[in-house]
Design a protein around this ligand. Structure first.
Ligand code: PHE
Ligand code: CO
Length: 282
């Protein structure tokens, strides 16, 4: 997906020779020893943070997947993923046009970028690379309920396109699938892939007093712009995935119509009457 504040952006990655659906073959032999080693260091650093900051389900699944040894073979991952939830991951050169991306989701295919960040991007990268796409997104694809939710999201996005709602739905994707927080018995945790793959934002999103943490309201979320090149200024919190599914179950067509009469809100907007969650880790 492309970021809304990112109009001057040029795509990174090699788009030559891809198929019409933007997929390519993952060439495992093309990764260098240095890249496998970088992957291992990224993976170990992030997994060590999960027990404290991630939804327990994510921490457990990541541990069970056990992919810290080196960049994984997508074929091997799919041999485990397909029987679990009928999802598969597909290799892509990098960012995709929204319609291509959501068509994959609607068909239970999660696009994973093939290239790994450079060493000087170890701590922070704006564009999704294989580490973000894999470490951040794949564990939840093994959860049957979340897996169904993502497919519904893809279908909803294709429908949103004809209703001029895609800009709004992209914000919901950003603030849930990428940067969502969830209240658990152990305290505030994250299930969002953009946070899970970031060493800085994992503690920041949970513990830092600066950002605003407001309970998820679908229309409020869809009104809110987002930053693609800094930590988020607002996080939307849910109590359970069940809540997410119930709130996204209604037909969104009237929502998109209502949003046309509502203003866009800045990423740091605080509305009267809203309450920010206290910052505490479990
Ligand atoms: N219910 C939404 C619609 O009718 C589709 C959707 C489902 C969107 C799940 C996001 C998540 O458009
Ligand atoms: Co992502």
């Amino acid at each position: 997906m492309t970021g809304e504040t990112d109009s001057s952006h040029r795509l990174r990655g090699n788009y030559d020779g891809m198929r019409p659906d933007y997929t390519v073959d993952q060439d495992l032999s093309a990764y260098t020893a240095a890249e496998h080693d970088r992957w291992r260091r990224l993976y170990l650093r992030q997994s060590a943070l999960l027990p404290r900051y991630a939804l327990p389900l994510v921490a457990e699944m990541t541990q069970r997947l056990h992919y810290e040894i080196g960049i994984p073979s997508f074929t091997e991952v799919n041999q485990r993923l397909k029987p679990a939830t009928r999802w598969q991951i597909v290799a892509v050169p990098g960012l995709l046009p929204d319609e291509v991306f959501f068509t994959h989701l609607a068909n239970r295919r999660f696009p994973v970028t093939v290239w790994l960040r450079r060493e000087d991007e170890f701590d922070y990268i704006v564009e999704p690379d294989i580490f973000h796409d894999f470490f951040g997104h794949v564990p939840l694809l093994f959860d049957p309920v979340f897996a169904d939710y993502l497919q519904k999201f893809g279908q909803g996005a294709l429908k949103a396109k004809s209703l001029h709602g895609l800009e709004y739905l992209a914000r919901l994707y950003w603030y849930t699938v990428e940067f969502g927080l969830i209240q658990t018995a152990a305290g505030l945790r994250t299930y969002g892939a953009g946070i899970l793959s970031s060493a800085g934002e994992l503690p920041y999103s949970i513990e830092n007093p600066e950002p605003y943490r407001v309970h998820l309201d679908i229309l409020r979320c869809m009104q809110t712009r987002y930053k693609i090149d800094s930590f988020q200024e607002t996080y939307f919190v849910i109590d359970s995935f069940q809540e997410l599914f119930e709130k996204t179950d209604p037909d969104f067509a009237p929502y998109y119509a209502a949003l046309r009469d509502r203003p866009h809100l800045s990423a740091d907007c605080r509305l009267p009457g809203e309450r920010s969650y206290g910052h505490q880790a479990g």
